[in-house]
Ligand binder design. Structure first.
Ligand code: CTP
Length: 398
């Protein structure tokens, strides 16, 4: 998978440095040549001997050793990828401010290759405004951030801040090196799945959406290097896409709130969820009991998320919608494209066999604002997602 690739692994001072050992093993096993650079405090957490043995290369840690100057410029140019894992709060801050008081930072500042970082810190540090700002700064320069995971932290508390697992880091390294990562530095927002609109504590209005199309889209955009947020309605199977932040919601209103909050900071938004168009006007506190009379349920309109994003869209943002139609498919889809101010509309026809809810395949026509209509044959949803990603890339860079 990484055959012939040259990777510089920067290790900074964090308890997660113990995971650098299995990470080096995985990278080497995948065929990469790995050179490790440690900050002085990283050696408090893992020995250079462990990492030099596993990488089969000397570990570098100071600007000069044995009267030899560590040539940070050539190290930075030698690599196909620089991966800093774990990235401590201190090293992040120094990267953001151009400080250069150790070899790792000197190489980072000299690197001409893509740089990926896997932060690791306790939740309070992770959520501190300084950390948020520093991360945003290095992200805006094109550095690739591997999201932290939720779980038990060194402090014993449970929360966000755990470094991604080595297997997940390996997968994301493969994506960046394999795909040319054309969407690196771009942020994507994807909705998927159904919404459940509660009637009472035990009943809801829902639909048969499996979320598969949106999950494939989130995966395809991530594989191209985008930082992806997936807002996912209730589905029955657990979902874990390496590097994709998943926000689980139940109702159309919750999905709306998440999307509106994320949209200003989004480059690409793909609304593939099957959002309920109506929700009960009132939710009963207790289970509604039956009687012999006819019963009707009062419904009110939900907010149209795609349309609301279309109204807020700035120049340069790409907005993609889906249209599921049963008749006058292309003209209905074009009306939706225009009315919701989308850039692309992905049309499914329920008349096509193998397309629609629950299937692993889909058959789509993609409409753009220039009047283009691109009809595809029946394919796996993963392959359809790649086609959609290609259209998005064309719009972004054409
Ligand atoms: N959509 C949305 N918010 C809603 C309803 C729909 O964001 N409350 C989005 C869907 O995710 C999809 C697109 O709008 O991308 C089209 O949805 P669809 O239900 O087919 O279209 P409607 O505009 O609701 O029109 P109709 O039901 O009349 O076909």
């Amino acid at each position: 998978m990484l055959k012939g690739k040259k990777i510089l692994l920067g290790v900074s001072g964090s308890i997660a440095a113990y995971k650098s050992a299995p990470l080096v093993r995985l990278l080497v096993k995948a065929g990469a040549t790995v050179k490790v650079i440690m900050t002085p405090s990283a050696a408090d957490f893992i020995t250079p001997l462990t990492l030099s043995t596993l990488s089969k290369n000397p570990v570098l840690s100071s600007m000069s050793a044995d009267d030899q100057w560590a040539d940070h410029v050539h190290l930075g140019r030698w690599a196909d990828l620089m991966l800093i894992a774990p990235l401590s709060c201190n090293t992040l801050s120094k990267m953001a401010h151009g400080q250069c008081d150790n070899l790792l930072l000197a190489v980072y500042l000299s690197a001409t290759c893509p740089v990926m970082v896997a932060p690791a810190m306790d939740e309070d540090m992770w959520k501190h405004p300084t950390t948020r700002r520093n991360l945003e700064m290095i992200r805006s320069w094109g550095n690739f951030i591997i999201p932290v995971e939720h779980g038990e932290l060194a402090s014993g508390l449970v929360g966000d801040g755990r470094m991604a697992e080595p297997e997940s880091i390996l997968e994301q390294v493969g994506m960046v090196l394999g795909s040319g990562a054309i969407l690196q530095g771009k942020k994507a927002l994807v909705t998927a799945g159904p919404t459940y609109e509660p009637i009472d504590p035990v009943r809801f209005i829902g639909n048969h959406s499996s979320g598969k199309m949106g999950i494939s889209i989130a995966t395809a955009l991530r594989a191209k290097g985008a930082e992806v947020k997936l807002v996912l309605g209730p589905i029955q199977v657990p979902v874990n896409i390496p590097g994709v932040e998943i926000i689980k919601v139940q109702t159309a209103a919750e999905m709306f709130e998440c999307c509106i909050a994320a949209f200003p900071d989004t480059d690409i938004a793909v609304m593939s969820a099957a959002v309920a168009d109506y929700t009960p006007s009132a939710i009963a506190d207790q289970k509604i009991k039956k009687n012999d009379l006819e019963w009707s349920l009062g419904l009110q309109r939900t907010k149209d998320i795609l349309k609301s994003l279309g109204e807020r869209k700035r120049k340069g943002q790409i907005l993609v919608g889906f249209a599921l139609e049963t008749e006058n498919e292309r003209s209905n889809a074009r009306d939706k494209l225009n009315n919701k101010n989308a850039d692309l509309m992905v049309l499914n026809s329920l008349r096509d066999e193998g397309a629609g809810f629950g299937q692993d395949t889909n058959k789509v026509t993609i409409l753009d604002r220039e009047g283009g209509e691109f009809e595809y044959e029946l394919k796996s949803k993963d392959a359809v997602a790649k086609d959609i990603a290609e259209h998005i890339i064309r719009l972004l860079y054409a």
